[in-house]
Design a protein around this ligand. Sequence first.
Ligand code: HEM
Length: 256
Amino acid sequence: MGGLSERISKWVKSTQFYRAIFRHGYEDTPRNRALTTFSNVLYHLHPVKTRRESIKLRYTWCMGGTSLLLFVILSATGVLLMFYYVPDTRRAYQDIKDMMMVVSYGIIFRNIHRLAAHGMVFTVWVHMTRVFLTGAYKPPREFNWIIGVMLLMLTLLLSWTGYLLPWDQLALWAITVGTKMAAATPLFGVEGPFGPELGMRPDNDVKFMLLGGTEVGQNALLRFYVLHCVALPLLVVVLLAVHFWRVRKDGFSGPL
Ligand code: HEM
């Protein structure tokens, strides 16, 4: 029996289909074992060699990992919320109310989504603080620090774009204030330094681009919805892939 299963396993591992997916490791040699580790996407999240001290909780605070966990929770609950929410100014407010009062478990998933969003802003800041305090931003990790800054910006932009979606008074005025600030951006805002000199007008500056108009209305809601649910999460996923790849390639920093 043992011989048969061994032969079947050998045959499966010799097929082109299997080898196309698992490129290394079908022959148990030291070289293949090393290649399996190097190329495996799960092992890939961590460097091949890691000092014990570098992954201690008291060193990393596990804040990068917690940020990732919260991002996964946000994506899962966000998809569930999308089943009940329509980005239409005539419906959005009522949809959120229904989610809280009518839809089964709606209140739980909305609150998990909201709390996780607050939590992620917090954990990403703390993660960045840890990286700064331990000097992990120094060479050879300076490129990953830049990727991290982009991730921080995206995390804040995700929170900000999500803010408009409930279409209540808080949302409306928060985005009104935020986009007015955008109008004061240097170079790209009509009220910003050198904006008018570069040809910025109320109908072509960065505020106009964000709102799809000059005030917060249907176009703005649709833009924020697409940014919040598709564009920004996709960008985060791409940058996280680069971030983790660098964590592995640069190797963990660690206490001296
Ligand atoms: C979505 C946000 C982010 C996620 C999910 C994330 C995730 C992670 C994870 C899991 C690690 C492995 C070590 C650890 O957990 O501490 C890590 C390392 C690192 N992160 Fe982030 N990170 C994010 C944002 C940032 C930000 C905002 C910065 C800095 C501006 C940053 C800079 C770094 C650097 C330099 C390392 C290497 C640290 C070392 O080797 O000790 N990351 N990140």
